[in-house]
Design a protein around this ligand. Structure first.
Ligand code: KDG
Ligand code: MG
Length: 408
């Protein structure tokens, strides 16, 4: 069996999805996602200029060897661009493998450990009242797990990270597209004085029978993060996400020394080497790496296995930047993983998105159910794809009130 061609498509409804399609001499094809949010054309070029020319003629069943060829075979390794490109190839090869076997991918991993995988929604608001309404909405929809973010009094309206990450995909997309980065103003002191009590009020209103998640989005200093994690311990968060910037891994030691609040980290990681120390030293409770810029299924599965050895659970990144292809890849891993925790999932199910990526996967009352279709169980409609083209976008840039650039 041989790979005969491969093509990259960039675009989608309000989003620059980067979709790779690999064709074989047996008529079976596979698809993969290389959507590196706000830098989408870079993995697309990496694929077309460097990787696809080497792929032609390779045996698509040798997904491990092909992964090693592109990872180990490159002198300059890792980084989100290369790993997103390798990840897309890897997803497409697993898709082909499943189609050859006539099995959904979760069966190739070892079968299902659960029927539905719990997902968490993004509840957000310009202020706490607004946030409460948003949480109530998701609770009524049946969600057991909700991430909560709200505007902070005294910070410019709409300028807090909470609002930029707003839950519904339409707002999210509007926030990310544009001709230059939107500037957001941040003040850690105001945040730290307000947010712990706000989390307490949420518990008072909704009780403890709800998995409550909160994302600090890399904004605090290590000592501040330790203090924050200690203060919110009483509210029994399901997780506190990205309390400090991910590069400074020793910061997690300071947080651990002061609090038992569960820590989730890793949405910006792209290899097992970014998280092996954190996992093996029990400095985190949930690993957030994604299939998209984490090198695909082959490398994500390796991370899941390492995490399982150390009782770290999964909580894969699932912001709307990931296309339904990588969400399907993660869906199959979630169905199988013995150490599954939760999946971030923002409903993308617009008619346009469903038309571009048809699938039978289902979201019901806060749980994701993978279909039994062979491979990834999601398709890509090339005719639909012709309706879309690339539109440049940026993440916001954060500044402190005195103008200093801060972490987004
Ligand atoms: O591309 C970056 C976004 O996906 C990120 O801001 C979202 O923090 C995020 C999350 O937890 O989904
Ligand atoms: Mg996050």
């Amino acid at each position: 069996m041989k790979i005969t061609s491969a093509e990259v498509f960039v675009g989608g409804p309000g989003k620059n999805y980067v979709t790779l399609k690999i064709m074989t001499d047996q008529g079976i094809y596979g698809i993969g996602d290389a959507t590196l949010n706000t830098r989408e054309t870079l993995p697309a070029h990496y694929l077309t200029e460097y990787l696809i020319p080497c792929l032609i003629g390779m045996d698509p069943r040798k997904s491990e060897d092909i992964w090693q060829f592109f990872y180990r075979g490159a002198y300059f390794r890792r980084g989100p661009i290369a790993m997103a490109a390798i990840g897309a190839i890897d997803m497409a090869l697993w898709d082909i493998k499943g189609k050859i076997a006539g099995l959904p991918l979760y069966q190739l991993f070892g079968g299902k450990s659960r029927e539905g995988a719990m997902v968490y929604a993004h509840a957000s608001g310009n202020d706490l009242e607004d946030l409460m309404d948003s949480i109530a909405y998701y609770r009524e929809e049946g969600y057991q797990a909700v991430r909560v973010q709200c505007g902070i009094p005294g910070m410019p309206k709409g300028g807090g990270y909470a609002v930029a990450d707003k839950g519904d995909s339409k707002n999210y997309i509007t926030n990310f597209l544009g001709n230059g980065p939107k500037i957001e103003i941040w003040n850690s002191d105001k945040y730290m004085r307000y947010m712990p009590d706000a989390l307490g009020e949420i518990r008072d209103r909704f009780g403890f029978d709800m998995c409550l998640l909160h994302d600090v989005h890399h904004r605090l200093l290590p000592r501040e993060a330790a203090q924050f994690a200690k203060e919110v311990e009483q509210h029994r968060l399901y997780w506190l996400e990205d309390p400090t910037p991910a590069e400074d891994q020793s910061a997690l030691e300071i947080i651990r020394q002061h609090s038992t609040t569960p820590i989730a980290i890793g949405e910006v990681f792209n290899s097992i080497y970014d998280c092996n120390k954190l996992i093996q030293s029990n400095l985190i409770d949930f690993i957030r790496v994604s299939a998209t810029y984490g090198g695909g299924i082959t490398s994500l599965k390796r991370i899941v296995d390492l995490a399982a050895l150390h009782n770290v659970q999964t909580g894969f990144h699932g912001a709307p930047s990931h296309s339904p292809i990588s969400m399907a890849a993660q869906g199959h891993l979630n169905a199988w993983a013995p150490n599954f925790g939760v999946q971030e999932y923002l409903v993308l199910g617009t008619p346009e998105c469903d038309a571009l990526f048809p699938s039978e996967h289902k979201m019901e009352k806060g749980f994701f159910y993978v279909s039994d279709a062979p491979g990834l169980g999601v398709d890509f409609d090339e005719n639909e794809a012709t309706r879309y083209e690339f539109e440049r976008g940026y993440h916001p840039v954060t500044r402190l009130e005195d103008g200093t650039v801060w972490n987004y």
